[in-house]
Write a protein that binds this ligand. Structure first.
Ligand code: ACO
Length: 431
């Protein structure tokens, strides 16, 4: 915990309270209000956590105004250009870039854990075939705590480590199985000779009846999508994982909670919602109608894939993915795709429109990831599961950081109560 650098003063009801202020490595100073309730008998009110730091963390830093994203200090653009998903996983988990030997060892450890317990295959069969893969994943990842009893003790650093590797290794297998189950095809076992992204493409698209060769350009693009989604500071799903973990819940249960939160259309579900919106728009001439709807407060409609809680300039991940999208579509020879034409025109119009400019609404990472995943052949229902695979390392790194903290407390927000005052029970015959 940084030592206080100065003091903020808060005055009300003729009293003044001194609040310690702490300076982070980068970013705005933080006012420590932990003793405020004890000292002054008041709570603070910040329902969407827009001005509240809920924890101390050394993993990821975002400057929303500059459009900057750093993992352990390294800019995302440099990682996207030079690194790989598993190397970024190592960086997030252990704090430093690995040496060549450390990366080989880490890759090998992940590789050795890609298969799931065989009995899990029967567990999958209990789901309806038309279940959304995210629904299946929430259930199956939660159920991992029923299969891997030897990595449930959160007080044992070794068990925490094994649980982390298991989840990074098995999430692609589970997501691919959820997909295969939904299309009625046999499960494809992991092929450990392939790299992380290539293995996932293989498990999703191979069938026993014929050979499947992983396209290296698509594997690289998928690896990059995963890298760009690996962690994002204290977003909704990460905060969910931390809150669940603060009670001492086991790691598999915590990650299942994160997956459930990620599914929402305002968060990870936006990539699916975005592509569905582009398809609904259908043709370029209908774009003005949708732009008008997005500006109309009463319509309840938002342009999916636009806007971000933290980035108010641009989303650096979107800039990288826009390039990837061009590469992948060029390689696949997709230029006349109507969805793509709608996406490009929507992006052009929205970036020139006063409403979007004044509210700082730019295409976010989901806008481009959906276009790439669609071109790769993934159905929209698999977009959020792929996000979940990628974000697992972020969730786990943040969870491990929290558990390792001394004096870690259960998360327990307070409230501004606006319900009925105390009143007496009225007998049912008298109501
Ligand atoms: N389309 C139209 N208007 C929008 C949009 C949008 N996509 N996003 C925000 N606005 C408007 C709001 O109506 C609001 O207008 P007002 O000030 O006149 O009331 C203003 O911009 C600010 O919006 P908030 O909801 O206060 O912004 P917040 O930071 O809470 O929301 C969010 C961020 C949830 C991402 C929002 O922009 C949104 O719903 N976008 C669409 C969903 C999406 O793409 N989510 C993915 C996020 S990235 C990720 O999770 C990886």
């Amino acid at each position: 915990m940084p030592t206080p650098t100065s003091t903020a003063k808060l005055s009300f009801n003729d009293k003044t309270y001194d609040l310690p202020m702490m300076s982070p490595t980068i970013g705005p100073d933080v006012i420590d209000i932990r003793k405020l309730y004890v000292d002054a008998d008041v709570f603070t009110f910040d329902p969407g956590f827009t001005s509240t730091a809920a924890c101390e963390s050394a993993i990821t830093f975002i400057d929303g105004d500059k459009g900057e994203l750093l993992h352990r200090g390294y800019p995302i653009e440099q990682l996207a250009a030079k690194s790989s998903y598993l190397e970024v996983c190592y960086l997030l988990l252990y704090g430093e870039l690995p040496t060549a030997d450390q990366l080989v060892d880490f890759t090998e450890r992940v590789r050795r854990h890609t298969m799931v317990h065989e009995q899990m295959h029967y567990f999958f069969r209990g789901f309806r075939r038309d279940s959304h893969p995210m629904a299946t994943m929430v259930g199956v990842v939660g159920a991992m705590s029923a299969f891997y009893h030897d990595s449930l003790d959160i007080n044992d650093p070794w068990q925490r480590e094994v649980a982390a590797i298991r989840m990074i290794a098995k999430l692609p297998t589970i997501a691919a199985m959820a997909y295969k189950y939904s299309v009625g095809q046999p499960f494809v076992y992991p092929k450990n000779a392939l790299d992380y992204a290539g293995n996932f493409l293989h498990m999703c698209f191979a069938v026993p009846a014929e050979d499947f060769v992983v396209n290296p350009v698509l594997a690289k693009a998928l690896d990059r999508i995963m890298m760009l989604h690996a962690d994002h500071e204290q977003n909704a799903s990460t905060s969910t994982v931390r809150l669940a973990g603060s009670s001492g819940a086991n790691p598999f249960a915590c990650i299942a909670a994160g997956i459930a939160c990620l599914w929402g259309p305002a968060h990870g579900g936006a990539n699916q919602a975005c592509l569905e919106m582009l398809r609904e728009i259908g043709t370029v001439d209908r774009i003005p109608e949708y732009i008008a709807k997005a500006k109309d407060k009463n319509s309840g409609f938002r342009l999916m894939g636009f806007g971000h809680r933290v980035y108010k300039n641009f989303d650096p991940r979107a800039t990288v993915l826009k390039e990837s999208a061009d590469e992948v579509l060029e390689m696949l020879g997709i230029r006349d795709n109507p969805t793509l034409q709608v996406a490009k025109e929507l992006e052009r119009i929205a970036l020139q429109d006063d409403y979007f400019i004044s509210k700082k609404l730019y295409p976010n990472v989901d806008f481009y990831s959906g276009i790439i995943l669609d071109a790769m052949g993934f159905p929209t229902s698999m977009f959020t599961p792929i996000f979940a695979i990628a974000r697992t390392v972020g969730w786990i790194s943040q969870w491990k950081e929290m558990i390792a903290e001394q004096n870690q407390k259960i998360g327990r927000p307070r409230q501004l109560y606006v319900g009925a005052p105390k009143r007496n029970y009225v007998d049912i015959t008298k109501r």
